[in-house]
Design a protein around this ligand. Structure first.
Ligand SMILES: Nc1nc2c(ncn2[C@@H]2O[C@H](COP(=O)(O)OP(=O)(O)OP(=O)(O)O)[C@@H](O)[C@H]2O)c(=O)[nH]1
Length: 468
């Protein structure tokens, strides 16, 4: 049921036979200011009722759509910065990050059980078909801890080494990380690599031993291994089974208690770091960012410090995990913006957003460039599709900053591109995404790597892949 007027919404609210609710102070006691001006149909009753409490359980009379809207609005309310936690989940491939992320979304009521048929955050077809995470995913959750509301911003990252660039970008947007280790497999290569990345970024690491339901799980051995190999104190490591839902509340409590809140720099000039983006055919480039300093409001004139371009922030919002519009985002928060950006070069990952009128002096450090390891040529089967291929690569690069390409021509295959990837899986995924998402028909040349040649005369040469 969709409520079109305040009265309809009020009737719906009043008609619920939910058991009497414990009295709680009006919402404005908890929140200094509504994060979002709620849509008019809700505004009159939302702040006078026990709406927040009602949202925790779905009354039988309330339709799924209506309940989702209520929970969504509930999540958009502002909490003080001391109640914000930004964290990512990292692990070796298949140790259970995405399953755990889905369970966190479910337990906090961010996503309802009925929507959880498949892995919710791995929403690309390719991710579901292959059972792997390819793209980082951000989601905002709301969690009540000791009667106080907390806003938890989660970033789920891929585990395969070919997508480690996604992990390194997520870390810059967080203050803490859940390090998930499979209790039957123990420490693996990516576990170590991720810990080092997290330590470089000064993140608070919470060790989580997953899959304790498996008969082969040996949590004690793995705890010892983590302490010996990584040197991480596992005294208060959390044992969990993401699949069975064991230990999930302990993890949420640890996030609140052990991960520090972001620094309160809302009064400084705006600096927001772009950690991801994608191209939407209807709205142009959509930018995912973390506000490091200052505040950004809908309608603000913003300035991209690296590309030196001005735009108006037509829409800003949070990822919950679907996009939900808000009026303002403050230091410490993670969100998205749309500013009718047509040129993909204007809003690159790693760039800093500031205000046009009140510019920050220095941009944020950004990210190190990814170094490609594997190269191959991509040529359109139909030579006329060359401009489409260029366009598609530019747009895909926005969503996959580790992809590199430059034009190439071959006497046999005509015009195409020489592309660089982080590994063979990355190459395969890019080729499939180009074919599926941009309807291209491509020929791929055999993959190769850069050779280093030690010459007899003592010189060292590096050869371009397939080059002279
Ligand atoms: N028995 C058991 N299986 C689990 C548990 N958690 C995850 N799994 C299974 O482990 C497999 C991998 O889980 P994912 O959540 O996709 O792992 P991931 O770390 O996100 O994988 P990548 O994103 O590809 O790195 C899936 O088949 C899950 O069902 C658990 O607690 N117990």
């Amino acid at each position: 049921m969709v409520c079109r007027t305040v009265d309809m919404a009020r009737q719906l609210f009043l008609s619920t036979n939910a058991p009497p609710l414990p009295r709680s102070p009006p919402l404005h006691h908890h929140f200094s200011k509504p994060f979002l001006s709620p849509p008019p149909l809700y505004s009159s009753f939302m702040f006078q009722s026990n709406f927040r409490v009602l949202c925790r359980t779905q009354p039988k009379e309330v339709s799924d759509a209506e309940f989702t809207t209520r929970v969504g609005l509930d999540r958009l309310l502002k909490v003080p910065i001391s109640n914000i936690r930004n964290f990512c989940i990292m692990a070796h491939i298949d140790h259970g990050k995405s399953t755990l992320a889905d369970k966190l979304l479910q337990l906090t009521g961010t996503v309802q059980s009925r929507e959880m048929k498949e892995q919710f955050l791995d929403n690309m077809d390719l991710e579901r078909e292959r059972g792997i995470t390819i793209k980082l995913q951000a989601a905002r959750m709301r969690y009540m801890f000791k009667t106080k509301p907390y806003c938890l911003n989660l970033i789920d990252t891929p585990g395969h080494v070919d997508f480690s660039y996604e992990v390194s970008r997520s870390l810059a947007a967080c203050e803490g990380a859940l390090l998930v280790v499979d209790a039957s497999q123990g420490v693996e290569a990516q576990t170590l690599a991720n810990v080092y990345l997290a330590l470089e970024n000064n993140l608070e690491i919470i060790p989580v031993l997953n899959k304790i339901d498996l008969p082969g799980a040996e949590p004690d051995r793995v705890i010892k291994e983590i302490e010996e190999v990584i040197g991480l104190d596992c005294n208060n490591a959390i044992l969990c089974s993401a699949k069975e839902g064991i230990g999930i509340t302990e993890i949420l409590n640890a996030i609140v208690e052990r991960i520090p809140p972001p620094c309160d720099t809302a009064g400084s000039p705006l600096r927001a770091l772009i950690f991801d983006s994608y191209y939407d055919p209807y709205r142009g480039v959509i930018v995912y960012f973390r506000v490091i300093d200052g505040t950004i409001k809908k309608g603000d004139k913003i300035y991209f410090m690296a590309s030196k371009k001005d735009y108006f922030a037509d829409e800003i919002g949070v990822l919950s995990p679907n996009q939900m519009q808000v009026e303002e985002l403050y230091a410490g928060e993670v969100g998205y913006l749309s500013a009718s950006i047509r040129s993909v070069a204007d809003a690159r990952v790693g760039d800093t957003i500031t205000h046009h009128g009140r510019r920050a002096e220095n941009s944020l450090p950004g990210y190190e460039e990814a170094t490609p390891m594997v190269f191959c040529g991509l040529f359109p089967v139909d030579a006329d599709q060359f401009p489409e291929l260029r366009d598609a690569l530019e747009k895909l690069q926005l969503n996959d900053a580790a992809l590199k390409f430059e034009p190439e021509d071959s006497s046999a295959m005509g015009f195409g591109f020489r592309c660089g990837f982080l590994g063979l899986l990355h190459m395969e995924i890019v080729q499939e995404r180009l074919e599926r998402e941009y309807s291209l028909n491509l020929i791929t040349t055999a993959p190769s790597v850069v050779y280093r040649v030690n010459c007899a005369n003592g010189d060292i040469m590096t050869t371009l892949p397939n080059g002279p």
